[in-house]
Design a protein around this ligand. Structure first.
Ligand code: 13P
Length: 248
């Protein structure tokens, strides 16, 4: 099981270090894959703090080129050098506020795939309007096919897909467990189409959107491989209780 904390742009460097320290105390041992994704500026400090603990670190974005005149961008190799093992790509907030498009997301996934031991966490999800128009499957299938077009899974390469319906992020609304189970199956079928049967071992499908220690409980039966958690990951104890529910 994966339990991924996306701290977004919520914490100062000082607060990120303090929260990472608390995570470190709580997650001395864990049977789940705990991943924490701080901001770029906090990343080196959080990596250092969690270095010898069973909590992996991820970035919240990456650029697709290795180096060059790309003001403000960060390469996959730089993330690796700091100790990041995961990177969130294509979060709906970046799609909405930064104009990130599927072709950019595809290039970012490719950059992660060509960097050893850097696993992309590709976020996909329909808007409230798509949901009302009953176009969820078309949207998810388009987002997946455009992000993964022409890419292959190398030996040892993994991919995580996070299904995050936009209408469920930060709203307290969560889809029914049966709906999440259905979407998870649809995603797995599509992944098999792109990558063959290997995808069953190499890919994980997570759910994200208003997950906390109570909303997670009914979703345990939905067949997902874990959760991507926003606001409930900003308090160490709350996140730990959530993780305990998932693990036990
Ligand atoms: P919330 O858990 O705050 O709804 O955020 C979900 C999310 O966007 C994680 O990436």
């Amino acid at each position: 099981m994966f339990i991924v904390a996306n701290w977004k742009m919520n914490l100062s460097i000082k607060d990120s270090i303090a929260l990472a320290k608390e995570y470190g105390k709580l997650f001395k041992k864990s049977s789940a894959n705990i991943v924490v994704c701080p901001s770029f500026t906090s990343l080196p400090f959080v990596c250092k703090m969690l270095e010898s603990l069973p909590v992996a670190v991820g970035a919240q974005d990456v650029f697709w080129e290795k180096a060059g005149a790309f003001t403000g961008e960060i390469s996959a190799e730089d993330l690796k050098e700091l100790g990041a093992e995961y990177v969130i790509i294509g979060h709906s907030e970046r799609r909405e506020y930064l104009g990130e498009e599927d072709w950019m997301i595809r290039r970012k996934i490719e950059a992660a795939f060509t960097t050893r031991n850097l696993t992309p966490i590709l976020c996909i999800g329909e808007s409230a309007e798509d949901h009302e128009r009953d176009e969820r499957e078309e949207v998810l299938s388009r987002q997946l096919s455009e992000a993964l077009d022409g890419l292959s899974l190398g030996i040892g390469q993994s991919l995580i897909i996070a299904y995050e319906p936009i209408w469920a992020i930060g709203t307290g609304l969560v889809p029914e467990p049966e709906e999440i189970a259905y979407v998870t199956d649809v995603i797995r079928v599509l992944l098999r189409r792109y990558f063959g049967d290997r995808s069953d071992r190499a890919c994980a499908v997570l759910y994200g959107g208003s997950i906390d220690e109570s909303t997670v409980v009914p979703l345990m039966e939905s067949g997902v491989d874990g959760f991507l958690v926003g606001s409930a990951s900003l308090k160490a104890r709350e996140f730990y209780r959530l993780a305990e529910r998932v693990i036990n």
